[in-house]
Write a protein that binds this ligand. Structure first.
Ligand code: ADP
Ligand code: MG
Length: 278
């Protein structure tokens, strides 16, 4: 599903990733752990094509992403990768269901189709009753589950999550983690999750320990379920969602939605979104 080979990245003098090799199989839930500054976010962003490595190759679902043009890359990202960040990054002016529909509309799905898929996902997340509420009217846990629904709306090959439960209390954290595994078991969804949560890491199929830009060990969880065959993802599948993070190192929300919609002239995610929901 994902093959990273000899990924190297530096920011000025700082060598952040020092030759990472990593394979993620379809239907796996893989966690990445390690001290702050180890390079986890940088690695996830390179895996998600939001950032480029200085050296090495990234192959996702058979496509060498380093060979794609900017525009092709934006489309590929929209269709194959879903993102969930520590802070939900929902667009505040839109309801939960509109936020979930957005990547599907951008990927060219009809309004009807996007709504249907978004309703199914919100139902799956136990959020049917909250579909017409705006983010400010939702709890932290609800917002994060809406963000997961948004990440899934285009049936991405993989969902990349960067400390997705980092801002949640323990009950919401447990619920979110349970959802990840339910999505894997029922839909065959592949996840790569950067986390500080040891309980979550222990539940995943495999844990990659990163330190100073290198993989120092892999832990396989013996009790992990055998990954089931994933639902077909394919080129006609649709888009990941993605809206970026909040800790400064991740591109601001603005960088993704317009990027997913290169044909529009809109200059902000909200403006872009309005053109799709008009
Ligand atoms: N855009 C950037 N410019 C300069 N340095 C950066 C940038 N992004 C990350 N870094 C640095 O790279 C190192 C790894 O960062 P990061 O990947 O965010 O680590 P982690 O997610 O494991 O905490 C840190 O020292 C961080 O300060
Ligand atoms: Mg980080």
């Amino acid at each position: 599903m994902i093959q990273l080979r000899n990924i190297r990245k530096r920011f000025g003098q700082l060598e952040v990733l020092k030759g990472i090799d990593l394979d993620i199989e379809a239907g796996e839930v893989v966690s990445i752990v390690g001290p702050s500054g180890a390079g986890k976010t940088t690695l996830l962003q390179i895996m998600g094509t939001l950032d480029k490595a200085d050296e090495g190759s990234v192959v996702i679902n058979g496509t060498d992403v380093t060979s794609l043009s900017q525009k092709a890359l934006a489309r590929f990202r929209g269709q194959q990768i879903g993102f969930v960040f520590q802070f939900h990054q929902l667009l505040p002016e839109f309801t939960a269901i509109e936020n979930v529909m957005m990547p599907a509309l951008i990927a060219g799905r009809s309004h009807h189709e996007a709504r249907k898929r978004a309703e199914e996902l919100l139902g799956f997340m136990g959020l049917s009753e909250r579909a017409d509420h705006k983010p400010a009217e939702l709890s932290g846990g609800e917002k994060q589950r809406v963000a997961v629904a948004r990440a899934l709306v285009n049936k991405p090959a993989v969902v990349l999550a960067d400390e997705p439960s980092g801002s949640l209390d323990s009950a919401n954290k447990a619920e979110l983690h349970r959802l990840f595994f339910e999505l894997r078991d029922k839909l065959g969804q592949t996840f790569v999750i950067v986390t500080h949560d040891e309980g979550l890491a222990e539940q995943t199929d495999r844990t990659i320990h990163l330190r100073d830009g290198q993989v120092v060990s892999h832990t396989e969880q013996p009790q992990a379920a055998t990954p089931i065959a994933p639902i077909s993802q394919s080129s006609e599948g649709v888009a990941g969602s993605g809206v970026p993070a909040a800790d400064g190192s991740i591109p601001a929300a603005d960088s993704i939605l317009p990027d997913l919609a290169p044909e529009t002239d809109a200059t902000s995610p909200t403006a872009t979104a309005k053109t799709y929901l008009a």
